[in-house]
Design a protein around this ligand. Structure first.
Ligand code: ZN
Length: 494
């Protein structure tokens, strides 16, 4: 990609080595989680730190040029996007002093080690001084970045551009009461079970690998630009538009877990793979936000993957590869895929209860950053809120406040993007239905029209538009939780 504007062209040229540094870091991160020998973490840590410093330097060098670009008129959408993304990067690295950056990184690594031990021993008191330090550093970071209104806004914006506390108060305020009402009815009706015999059936890993290979075939994942491996926690790594990798894990029991992790990560992967290759090596060759990214994984995992039609498509394949399904009907499998169970652990949560887990974390993060909630009171606050939202109370810290890795690494402001993903997936469903007959196409195994629609409307433009701008252009509104509530109501109560 090139630009007729000499200033934008210079930004593009200065960005190329930054792209290459990110490419290298991405590949090293993927390797760390998949194939790296256990004792290789020290040189890997050194390399990460050096690469990060090189990137910071290059971005700081670009800052003056990007500032000048803000005064230009008559630019194309692409040119405006390039300057917007470059400005966000430059703002971060010129506002946060290198000493604070270094301290944030180092504390994140050390605190993660402590968090693992604290979780194993189910003892929050071990992690408490580290969480206090992280909250303190993140408040300093927010002050350096600057914000309007709430200091948490500065941290939210890092993960979801322009997202604010007032957006989230409005989103959760609208979503939570409706979900509680739907959940209450679903639990009373009992049509979607809380337990299912298939959830405790052991599977053979080789058989399940064959099922997952068939899932990749149904989704039409490309063979030459995509690969799947195994890691402890499933993830997607967009190394380049033409090099996207996902992972899954095989726990040996409850086969839907590995299968839906594959569908989820394929949703992420399609976003990366279906970007315009012309954006490669530029600041726009990235997804616009974590919320939009998660909307793609949730759309494929839940809206498509857990539908009746998709279950019908999968059923003969599952029967062919999994001998233990003998005697289970398509309807049995559908109910197994859509169990509803108020539970303590976020990553195990179903579509109906997942957002309660996020609302709880959002309230805590907001109050930690404003100073309203001291770290010492977080476990009790957590347990009370779990009981209020989900109706279950953790018996210890491991199944409560210590369950997630995010805070230990400094990822305060990340959690809300999970709910945004569900919400945007609901909005996209409401919109795509006007153009594509989802049910018929899924029933027939023809996913191409859905993939093409997502490519044209969401994936192709990369980060050209901010997440709010992308939503306004496509959906005429931003983060409206009503469409998710409507979808869940139709699915679970009709
Ligand atoms: Zn995801």
């Amino acid at each position: 990609m090139s630009s007729p504007n000499p200033l934008v062209q210079e930004v593009l040229e200065k960005y190329r080595p930054i792209w290459a540094l990110e490419h290298a870091t991405g590949l090293l991160e993927w390797d760390l989680e998949t194939f790296m020998p256990e004792d290789a973490s020290k040189p890997r840590g050194f390399a990460f730190a050096q690469l990060a410093l090189m990137k910071q330097e290059r971005i700081r060098e670009m800052a003056g040029l990007v500032a000048k670009g803000q005064k230009l008129d008559g630019l194309s959408d692409y040119e405006r996007g390039i300057l917007r993304v470059a400005k966000r990067e430059a703002h971060y690295y010129t506002s946060v002093p290198p000493k604070l950056l270094e301290e944030l990184n180092r504390t994140g690594i050390e605190a993660t080690v402590v968090w693992r031990r604290a979780r194993r021993k189910s003892d929050f008191s071990l992690f408490k001084p580290w969480l206090e330090k992280i909250v303190d550093l993140k408040r300093q970071e927010a002050e350096k970045l600057g914000y309007e209104g709430h200091p948490y806004n500065a941290l939210l914006d890092r993960f979801e551009e322009e997202l604010t506390v007032s957006d989230l108060d409005w989103i959760f305020g609208g979503l939570i009461p409706g979900l509680k009402r739907i959940l209450g009815k679903v639990l009373a009706e009992g049509k979607f079970p809380a337990t299912h015999p298939l959830a405790s059936v052991k599977y053979d890993e080789e058989e399940m690998r064959r099922v997952n290979a068939e899932v990749l075939r149904i989704l039409g994942m490309p063979e030459k630009t995509f690969r799947m491996d195994v890691s402890t926690h499933p993830f997607t790594s967009g190394i380049a538009v033409e090099d996207v990798r996902i992972t899954t894990r095989y726990e040996g029991v409850d086969f839907k877990a590995t299968m839906y992790s594959v569908i989820h990560e394929c949703g992420h992967a399609l976003y990366e793979l279906q970007m315009d290759p012309g954006l490669e090596y530029t600041p726009l060759a990235r997804t616009t936000s974590l919320g939009v990214h998660e909307s793609q994984s949730r759309f494929w995992e839940n809206v498509i993957g857990r539908s009746r039609e998709f279950t019908g498509l999968l059923y003969p394949i599952l029967r062919k590869h999994l001998p233990f399904l003998e005697g289970y009907s398509e309807e049995d499998v559908y109910r197994y895929f859509n169990m509803v169970k108020p539970s303590l652990i976020r990553v195990d949560a179903d579509e109906l209860t997942y957002n309660f887990h996020i609302a709880l974390r959002y309230e805590i993060e907001k109050k930690l950053i404003s100073g309203e909630l001291p770290v010492s009171e977080v476990p009790a606050y957590w347990n009370d809120k779990m009981e209020e939202f989900v109706g279950v109370r953790p018996k210890n810290d491991a199944e409560g406040v210590l369950q997630d890795i995010h805070w230990s690494g400094g990822g305060i402001g990340y959690f809300p993007t999970y709910s945004l993903g569900n919400i945007i997936a609901g909005m996209i469903l409401n919109r795509i239905r006007k153009d594509v007959n989802i049910k018929d196409n899924v029933r027939n195994g023809n996913l191409t029209p859905i993939k093409i629609w997502l490519k044209d409307q969401v994936h192709n433009s990369g980060a050209t538009y901010s997440p709010k701008e992308l939503q306004r252009r496509l959906l005429n509104e931003t983060y409206n939780p009503q469409h998710l509530a409507n979808y869940l109501e139709q699915k679970y109560l009709e």
